[in-house]
Design a protein around this ligand. Structure first.
Ligand code: PMP
Length: 426
């Protein structure tokens, strides 16, 4: 019995399913979740002190690697001055200014404590600003767990509000229209029919919660165009892609400008942080300037701001994203080679420092339905074969993977050797 086995049994007696976020339970891959004791650079260490090369990076935030000395120093300095005041601090303004500098679409930004809060608040603002209730989202995109967003469609071009989680009021879900990611025609059709009632479109500009699906050329542009035509708000949920695919995030990478942007993960450097921001005219509808209410006891927390701001400073270094992208490419092309030589059908997607692996013989994967057709059993076996060899991948076939600046060539090489063995064992 490992320490993780023991810790998991104890946890299950006092925490639902033993975990504080469902995917951590290894429900998607079977087996006992790895309990992390500490982490450093590209590695996490479990409670038995086994080392893993980590491609989860706390689900995205750890772009500099774990426990980066300068981030830790900034956190320690901030902590010594007090943990929370619930009053304005200078560092909040510096953080906001940095976000506005890196994302030209953002004139004003409000800090919150999670991605869920960011998207929930952005939706309320879009509804309050437009005076409309309906929202459009895409199947397979995840925007946190607020009621309006926990809705997904069955297959088909248009589905009107089916709650996918018990507890989401059907009346609320009825205002969520779920469409197929990368299906521009469906978007145009729905707007032609209901455009004047639609408050906003919310989209992951690279979908990272159904594995990793980049937008097809023209898709994001179509969203921009219909929002302009019908006076709806375009929200890019960049909680995952923000500062992950490039210094100016997905909006800079694809050169499509949203009205509102939601952020999280990297901007907190590993601390609980989210943010939403965008056009001045819309953001001015927020309290205390306007009537749309939103607040938070710990919003703009000084310790969290210190971790986030230091992270944003460090990723602004010249060439940071070129190197991160090259490293990720090296990993992905190596994995494809290893799979091919083992006779395993594998397709990979990659944008900047995020990637997705699909056990599939389809060459281009750009739709949710294709993701669902991938061989999940094969993924599970691959996941465990990698875990045994000290490589920690996301414990789900529906999550993107992340490379950090701390991963060395030797780490990538070691990963590829492990993958070679894992593919052969399938
Ligand atoms: N939006 C996106 C695109 C996400 O990937 C996530 C979390 N993975 C969220 C929102 C929710 O963020 P949080 O888990 O911090 O609430």
């Amino acid at each position: 019995m490992t320490q993780s086995d023991e810790l998991f049994s104890q946890a299950k007696t006092v925490i639902p399913g033993g975990v504080n976020s469902p995917v951590r339970s290894f429900g998607g891959v079977g087996g006992t979740p790895v309990y992390i004791d500490h982490a450093s650079g590209p590695y996490v260490f479990d409670s038995d002190n086994k080392r893993y090369i980590d491609y989860v990076g706390s689900w995205g935030p750890m772009i500099l690697g774990h426990a980066h000395p300068e981030v830790i120093a900034a956190v320690k300095d901030a902590a010594e001055k007090g943990l929370s005041f619930g009053a304005p601090t200078e560092i909040e303004t510096r953080m906001a200014a940095k976000i506005c500098e890196l994302l030209p679409s953002v004139d004003l930004v409000r800090m919150v404590s999670s991605g869920t809060e960011a998207t929930m608040s952005a939706l309320r603002l879009a509804r309050g600003y437009s005076g409309r209730d309906k929202i459009v989202k895409f199947e397979g995109c995840y925007h946190g767990h607020s009621d309006s967003l926990l809705v997904k469609a069955g297959s088909g071009a248009l589905t009107l509000g089916v709650p996918s989680s018990p507890g989401v009021p059907a009346s609320l879900a009825a205002d969520t229209i779920t469409l197929t990611y990368n299906d521009s025609e469906a978007v145009k059709q729905v707007f032609a029919e209901l455009g004047e009632q639609i408050a906003c479109i919310i989209v992951e500009p690279v979908a990272g919660n159904m594995n990793c699906i980049p937008p097809e050329p023209g898709f994001l542009e179509t969203l921009r165009a219909v929002c302009d035509q019908y006076g709806s708000v375009l929200i890019f949920d960049e909680v995952m892609t923000g500062f992950r695919v490039g210094l100016h995030s997905a909006q800079g990478y694809y050169r499509v400008t949203p009205d509102l942007t939601t952020l999280g993960k990297i901007i907190g450097g590993g601390m609980p942080v989210g943010a939403f921001g965008g056009r001045r005219e819309i953001m001015e509808h927020l309290a205390p300037l306007g009537p749309v209410y939103q607040a938070g006891t710990l919003s703009g927390n000084p310790v969290a701001m210190a971790a986030g701001l230091k992270t944003l400073e460090l990723i602004s270094a010249p060439d940071f994203y070129r190197k991160l992208s090259e490293k990720t490419e090296q990993l992905v092309s190596g994995l494809k080679q290893q799979a091919a030589s083992a006779g395993v059908a594998l397709t990979c997607n990659q944008v900047g420092g995020m990637f997705g692996l699909f056990f599939s013989d389809e060459e281009n994967i750009s739709r949710f339905a294709q993701v669902m057709r991938c061989d999940q059993q094969l993924f599970k076996r691959f996941f465990h074969a990698m875990l045994d060899q000290g490589v920690y991948l996301a414990p789900s076939a529906f999550e993107a993977g992340f490379v950090s600046a701390a991963h060395s060539d030797a780490d990538i090489q070691q990963t590829l050797e492990a993958a070679g063995k894992a593919f052969k064992s399938l």
